[in-house]
Design a protein around this ligand. Sequence first.
Ligand code: ZN
Length: 427
Amino acid sequence: MFDLIVKGGTLPDGQMTDIGITGGKITAIDQLGNAQAGQIIEASGDLVSPPFVDPHFHMDATLSYGLPRINASGMLLEGIGLWGELKKVMTQEDVVERALKYCDWAASMGVLAIRSHVDTCDDRLLGVEALIEVRDRVKDYIDLQLVAFPQDGFYRDPTARENTIRALDMGVDVVGGIPHFERTMADGAASVRELCEIAAARGLPVDMHCDESDDPTSRHIETLAFETQRLGLQGRVAGSHLTSMHSMGNYYVSKLLPLIAEADINVIPNPLINIVLQGRHDTYPKRRGLTRVKEMLAMGINVGWGQDCVLDPWYSLGTADMLDVAFMGLHVAQMTSPKDMRTCFDMVTMNNARTMGLTDYGLYVGAKASLVILDAGDPVEALRLRATRLYVISNGRVISQTPRANASLSLPGRPQTSRRRHTLVER
Ligand SMILES: [Zn+2]
């Protein structure tokens, strides 16, 4: 007797099977015949995937678009200034309310693990307190990791260093940084060094906004790789954005990528934001400003797409849909071969789970029973359709359902419905 059986779905690897769930865990992946269960969900013809994972988000700023005004230039630096204005007037209750609302969206879209940066450049640490509360309130359905993020510069902001350490003392999970925003390249490198030392001393992971610019001379990822090796942090460090790599010379990149691979650094490009914010100082041709995704994947580096922003000072759109994020990444990185498109799906599931160090994640007996049933035949079709999440199951419990979006047609001699499904037999 199972608590729940998901019947006849197709797993991302193409296997068609039933999944039995008991006590919040996957307890069988097999043809379960007439086995009994408290609830049976019919998933024949639908894709059953592990949940989506967003390794880069800003939950303290989300859903604040237009407060206190919109970003007129659309530039990164105006966004940072605008966020500074909002920080002065926002309350802890505001942040909690916006974050919880966003978590509702995420749950409905099957995003069940999120790593969110939280700004530590605020003597009140109001955002930190708010997101620690939210982390606790959503813990039964979303794994929320928090990164102590000195938005205005670990050294550049007079109290950021002290406040970042305070935030870690309060229980923030990951050490963040923003070396390209420090006053000098040397200060940036020093901030990477000290923040990695803090992480090593506390046994915490590191996740830095790193080289988020079009400046080909920005070299903080090199320092991050070096410090990761020096301090034995391999596998526990992430470099977010790395957009300057787009503009670096090919010779230097040929030296850099092996250093990143050697240090086992996880890489998080954020394609929605990178394509919007980078290349803004160019006339034509305009650079895309996305890091070198395909080249890093070919080196065996773990790369996963992050979302970064939804309706905040930096981005005026966003839907909590990691398939949107992967869809944009696929286009901007030109990952259009069948194999590359398939990889884009793994980048918002398995690869990001590895970056976040999630345990019990995936579809195997013994794993946490968290999964998503999508109105798609396979991962590539899920991307093409940004498919409806028919069911979202977290820890063995159905937490969200969305009806199929079937159009009713009124066309002479044509079928009465269309749902745009079209799975190729051979990929
Ligand atoms: Zn960010």
